[in-house]
Design a protein around this ligand. Sequence first.
Ligand SMILES: O=C(CO)[C@H](O)[C@H](O)COP(=O)(O)O
Ligand SMILES: [Fe+2]
Length: 221
Amino acid sequence: MKAIIAPSLLSGDFAILAEECNRMLDLGADYLHMDVMDGHFVDNLTLGAPIIKSLRKHTKGFLDCHLMVSEPEKWVDDFVEAGADSYCFHFEATKDPESIIRKLNKTKTGAAISIKPKTNVEVLKPILDNKELKLNHILIMTVEPGFGGQKFMQDMMPKVKYLRENYPELNIQVDGGLDEGNVKVAAESGANIIVAGSSIFKSDDPKRTISLMRQAVNNSQ
Ligand SMILES: O=C(CO)[C@H](O)[C@H](O)COP(=O)(O)O
Ligand SMILES: [Fe+2]
């Protein structure tokens, strides 16, 4: 699977978000990971569709929106209208994940689902086995969602391995605590979309960090 490196703008400077996005693209980023938090599903508050809509005018990058919100069905239309490239919602946050995917599949915005560390990966099987439902990716959280800068949970790797073994063509994203060291175990487990906030934004050489992450995915295949 193609290596996709997705810096998390949560670690960027929100006052100059568009510049931060375009700086990341110049450094080699493939996706721009936008962490949307509602202060309810997680204990933190970040940004919503109006910011995505403004950003859309200032960057051509792939806006990979990670919705850490309750009732994600409420915001699908707003994010589609704002120009989000993918809408990744949490399985735990909704009673009806399938209808969100069906709605997104009628638009240009890709659908994706994320699961928290305590959620069993097999809950995704009915959705993944349903050929009518198109997914851009599955996101396996490797920290409890809510904050950047936490420690990578290596014990999430069996979930990534399960998905790679059973769905060889699936884009598998990992998010939380990824750095130049632990990206290898994530890539070897089968992840091909790497989200990283702190390790890229705090790097002395973010271009090199992005490139090392890409190499780790490419070398694992
Ligand atoms: O979804 C997230 C937190 O819920 C962030 O994307 C994630 O934590 C990235 O930041 P870092 O690489 O610093 O862990
Ligand atoms: Fe995220």
